[in-house]
Design a protein around this ligand. Structure first.
Ligand SMILES: *Cc1c(COP(=O)(O)O)cnc(C)c1O
Length: 508
């Protein structure tokens, strides 16, 4: 694919701000639009091939079959699709993605799902078991994250509460909406702003877009931790919440949560700890003796925490927990409609009907694993991470960004790191490409603690580095895309391309 053609054909090397301005006007001109679309079309052909690799091999259904297809036949087709090439995560080739993945664990969760597949907590009168599960998931998670414990100023965090959501993104969106409505009610803020480190998850930008909250990004220091002075400067009269990650998705670094949350408390605003990734790891890492700075409700300024049960909580995909310091705050999250002809309607999260079976499976996962199980998993993950970090540090062409516990981002000062990633892809690895700065990460899960996986990663990485060094002329196909995203001053082009990518996913 020749993505560079796009940049070379009409970008040149002009002043980025001028380009941005000019391009947004140019883009509206039909002839220009047509040219861009043409360039995109050839690119998209490659992308479509990548996202629909089974095309031609399997029947496709653009409309309902006239007569229902036999269940056995359907199952057969789906099994074939899974086996075709969707099982590489099992052997630890993926970064993150599947956090537990042991067959017996999966079988157990599937059984729990099957038992509860018809349940819907919207009808709590029909299935009162689901609110029981959800209440207990919230309570167990809260207890892990400082609920009931003494805070550093001697009070007890005894009112912590929360709800179960569908994932980290929903937990974050809900929290931001809650602060918006809280600040409007309590402080009369009508033009809300949030202060968010650049390394915080994109879900905060999504919240800003969806809920019309202005987002002020603050930089991070050389260790990829939020800059405290910048945070203090970014807070205005309209700020509703300050955010920190424990740890961040990209570099696995924990922001200075204690200092940030104190700042928020002094200014009378909310503080959200995004522990989507770390919520079910850090409490156990602390008990195991690793250095883990405080990030939870033991800090009096922390007013909400998101923690993903569907990551290191080892539940099936589709659950997360959003916790609040007290029920008064949580109430701003709730929706209620008292005039609707459909009846008195109320719901805790964005969805109406919800899959109770996922909450049931989450509850069952937590109960079956228990403190000892989480502790043991965390021990294995952190030990595997130590092994891999040590090996990367010994590779002179690579360096690790910051000083992470188990989400290891690495870059290179001598090589194109995206080409290294691509070589790893040829060896079956699926790593995460990151940018600003250019790097790649491996998020260690239980899959990587299986015997031999860390060793295979290390030797594959070494030979990928060697290959890139020995073949400086090779261009690769992925590397230029990241290169383009990193250099293109015109965000709209990259954005347009991403839209086309999403369109491609839905093609039949
Ligand atoms: C994964 C993640 C999220 C978002 O979670 P989803 O479950 O993918 O919606 C938010 N923050 C961090 C730090 C994460 O790692």
């Amino acid at each position: 694919m020749d993505i560079e053609k796009i940049s070379n054909s009409f970008l040149g090397k002009l002043n980025p701000r001028f380009l941005s301005w000019a391009f947004n006007h140019l883009r509206a001109i039909p002839a220009v639009r047509k040219r861009i679309e043409k360039e995109f079309d050839s690119l998209l052909k490659d992308i479509e091939q990548q996202v629909k690799p089974y095309r031609g091999e399997f029947p496709s259904y653009a409309k309902l079959p006239e007569k229902g297809i036999g269940r056995a036949q359907i199952l057969k087709e789906m099994k074939a699709l899974k086996e075709r090439e969707e099982s590489r995560w099992k052997n630890g080739f993926a970064s993150g993605a599947v956090y537990h993945g042991d067959e017996e664990h999966i079988r157990f969760l599937n059984e729990v799902y099957a038992l509860n597949s018809q349940t819907n907590p919207l009808h709590s009168d029909i299935w009162p078991s689901i609110p029981k599960y959800e209440g207990e998931i919230v309570s167990m998670t809260a207890k892990m994250l400082g609920a009931g414990k003494k805070t550093i100023n001697g009070e007890v965090a005894d009112k912590v509460c929360g709800v179960v959501s569908s994932g980290g993104t929903e937990s974050i969106l809900l929290a931001m909406k809650t602060y918006r409505d809280w600040a409007r009610d309590k402080k009369g803020i009508t033009r809300p702003e949030m202060v968010v480190p650049v390394t915080a998850h994109a879900a905060f930008d999504k919240a800003a877009q969806y809920f019309k909250i202005k987002i002020r990004h603050i930089p991070v220091d050389e260790n990829y931790r939020a800059d405290l002075a910048a945070a203090a400067k970014a807070i205005t009269r309209n700020t509703i919440v300050l955010v920190g990650s424990a740890p961040s998705f990209a570099h696995g670094m924990i922001d200075p949560i204690e200092e940030l949350s104190e700042l928020a408390r002094e200014r009378g605003i909310g503080f959200h700890t995004d522990a989507c990734l770390g919520g079910f790891v850090l409490p156990w890492a602390e008990k195991l003796g690793y250095h883990v700075p405080l990030f939870d409700f033991r800090l009096p300024g922390v007013t909400s925490i998101s923690a993903d049960t569907h990551k290191y909580g080892y539940a099936a995909k589709g659950t997360s927990v959003i916790l609040y310091r007290n029920p008064e705050l949580r109430r701003y999250q709730y929706f209620k409609a008292t005039d609707w002809p459909g009846g008195l309607y109320f719901s805790p999260t964005f969805a109406g009907s919800r899959p109770g079976a996922l909450s049931a499976a989450c509850w069952a996962a937590m109960l079956s694993i228990g403190e000892e199980g989480y502790m043991e998993s965390t021990r294995k993950i952190l030990e595997t991470a130590e092994k891999i970090k040590k090996a990367i540090k010994e590779m002179p062409d690579l360096f690790i960004l910051g000083d992470p516990l188990w989400v290891i981002a690495f870059g290179s000062r001598t090589l194109d790191i995206y080409r290294v990633m691509e070589c790893m892809g040829k060896k079956n690895w699926s790593l995460n490409g990151l940018h600003k700065p250019s790097c790649v990460h491996l998020c260690i899960t239980l899959r990587h603690t299986q015997p031999g996986v860390a060793e295979r990663f290390i030797s594959d990485l070494q030979s990928a580095v060697d290959h890139v060094k020995q073949h400086p002329q090779e261009k690769g196909t992925l590397a230029p895309v990241y290169g383009l995203a990193a250099t293109i001053p015109i965000r709209t082009v990259v954005g347009d391309l991403l839209e086309r990518y999403l369109d491609a996913l839905y093609k039949v």
